[in-house]
Design a protein around this ligand. Structure first.
Ligand code: FAD
Length: 504
């Protein structure tokens, strides 16, 4: 057997297994920030390929790219990216109804109470303009407009081709010293004394040794589960969809600055517009819809020409019980998956990679770091899980067995507390820096039809004219800013249009 000695410099050897979005995001970050003290190797197999989905993101990705000094227009050109201001949810509350979860804040909070209390008080005084009228990102999205505003007043994320994004990051990671090895990992070798991972054995018997291994092998989870048996917490009882089919089509219109999530009788469909094409997919629960019907439904609803064959994906929602075990850290789909409804997976990659960078062991792995990493990751995933369940649970749909199941299923106490508190008092609180802030919970709870029974009495302190002025000034400010924004497509054209050669 050939033995690869990865370093003669005494540097810590970090081996990343897998080169999807997770592998290359982790490599780019570690190489950029820690390249001087680590030897970084990434092993991937072109023959196996990546999952080939994951196109819609959330705002923290803007910061991730900035941390890596990635020029925004450059990366957007390279990954055919468009801007995203939120998600349009159609048919979730009930068939024919829609609402928007924007990345912005609705209205203006007062230190004593959130904006919703003033808005609800306004309703009793005849100010019946919808809640949405008070949100800049939402109104801009619906008007199909976008621009970077001074003071970063418009919160946004990207819709991108994740394969192209990974390719972009690969260049950056390799330039910063990452060694890429092409090959199929056939076996993971454990140290017979410690039980830690000692090496990856590639087909053809090449041996890649390391001190710390990052499992980015996707759903296969070759290291963390295959070799170390970390265990998996199955969350299917809360998030019952377990299948998806993805397909790419040519664009038939200018891209809108938002993702669409359109519910159907056993799940939902996505539409994600990029510069050169559109990503489409159907997510469904196989207990209520079979694959052939799901495919037929997807093909029957797409617009434009098919650019790819349908990509059928089965998954189990849940989390790996240990995201970091021994000398192995799971990042990406190997660490868990909670379905793509709020586009949180790439964000979780970013969070895990940043945590790993911050907790990178100086020598031996500290069990305390491991415990901290696992607790932080698990808490973050649980909080996101609750937010996702909300979309299924708080529905008025009873038109199919799937929705009747969702409406009556048990939910975690943490979510029940949030929903009932809001229903009774109109209040919502962000817990421990959770990803989704009050404004997200509010938009989705109201959008799904949860109506508070009361509001904070402090709102009634405003005299009628003050309330009128307060509400009007926000609405007018939003409308004026939106009127001055350029059209999303023309802004992309000027700022980051991808080269024709890349167009499909
Ligand atoms: P993969 O892309 O599967 O990469 C695994 C890597 O491991 C590949 O390089 C592969 O070649 C390598 N590998 C595996 N086995 C071996 C082996 N034996 N030897 C060598 N190499 C090996 N996320 C979002 O943020 N937004 C979205 O809109 C979104 N939509 C999604 C829709 C669906 C239906 C699904 C299932 C997921 C979605 N995600 C989304 C999640 C997103 O796709 C993933 O988080 C992201 O692509 C990262 O995947 P990964 O790198 O962990 O795994």
């Amino acid at each position: 057997m050939k033995k690869d000695t990865m370093t003669k410099t005494g540097k810590q050897r970090i081996v990343i297994a897998g080169g999807g979005t997770a592998g290359w995001m982790t490599a780019a970050l570690l190489a950029d920030t820690m390249g001087h003290v680590i030897d970084l190797t990434l092993v991937e197999s072109d023959a196996i390929g990546t999952i080939g989905v994951g196109e819609s993101t959330i705002p923290p990705m803007v910061l991730f790219n900035r941390l890596l000094d990635i020029p925004e227009a450059d990366f957007m050109r390279a990954s055919q990216a468009t801007f995203k201001l939120g998600i349009m949810f159609e048919n979730w509350k009930d068939v024919g109804e829609k609402y928007f979860h924007s990345f912005g804040t609705v209205g203006k909070d007062h230190w004593s109470a959130g904006f919703q209390h003033f808005w609800m008080h306004g309703l009793t005084k005849g100010h019946d303009q919808p809640f949405e009228e008070y949100c800049l990102e939402l109104k801009a999205a619906l008007a199909g407009k976008f621009a970077h505003l001074p003071d970063e007043r418009l919160n946004y994320a990207y819709q991108l081709d994740s394969a192209l994004y990974a390719k972009y990051l690969r260049k950056k990671a390799e330039a910063a010293g990452t060694t890429r090895i092409e090959g199929r990992i056939g076996r993971v070798e454990l140290d017979s004394e410690s039980g830690d991972i000692a090496a990856l054995i590639l087909d053809g018997d090449r041996r890649i040794e390391g001190d710390l291994f990052v499992d980015c092998t996707g759903f296969r989870a070759l290291l963390i589960e295959g070799a170390l048996h970390a265990g998996f917490d199955d969350w299917t009882h809360y998030l019952p969809c377990d299948s998806a089919i993805a397909i790419q089509t040519s664009s038939v219109r200018a891209p809108v600055p938002y993702t669409r999530a359109i519910a159907h009788d056993a799940g939902w469909q996505w539409r994600i517009p990029l510069q050169h094409r559109q990503g489409n997919g159907i997510v469904y629960c196989s207990r209520y819809l079979d694959k052939d019907t799901a495919l037929e439904r997807l093909l029957g609803s797409i617009e434009g020409d098919k650019l790819t064959e349908p990509n059928v994906i089965r998954y189990t929602t849940g989390v790996r019980r240990h995201q970091w075990l021994r000398n192995c850290v799971a990042i990406g789909l190997s660490g868990g998956f909670m379905e793509p409804l709020e586009s949180t997976s790439i964000h979780l990659i970013q969070r895990a990679a940043l945590k790993l960078m911050r907790m990178l062991p100086a020598g031996k792995v500290s069990p305390r770091d491991v415990a901290e990493f696992n607790e932080q990751q698990f808490t973050e995933m649980e909080q996101i899980r609750d937010f996702l369940i909300l979309h299924y649970k708080a529905t008025e749909r009873r038109d199919s067995a799937f929705w009747r199941h969702c409406a009556t299923m048990d939910i975690p106490d943490s979510l029940a507390q949030k929903i009932e508190l809001f229903r009774e008092t109109g209040r919502v609180f962000r817990k421990n820096d959770e990803l989704f802030a009050e404004t997200s919970w509010l938009q989705v709870m109201m959008g799904q039809g949860i109506v508070p029974q009361t509001y904070h009495p402090v709102a009634a302190k405003l005299r009628d004219e003050e309330l009128e002025r307060f509400l009007r000034s926000i609405r007018e400010g939003v409308a004026k800013t939106v009127a001055g924004l350029p059209d999303h497509q023309s802004y992309i054209q000027r700022y980051c249009a991808a080269a024709e050669a890349q167009a499909a």
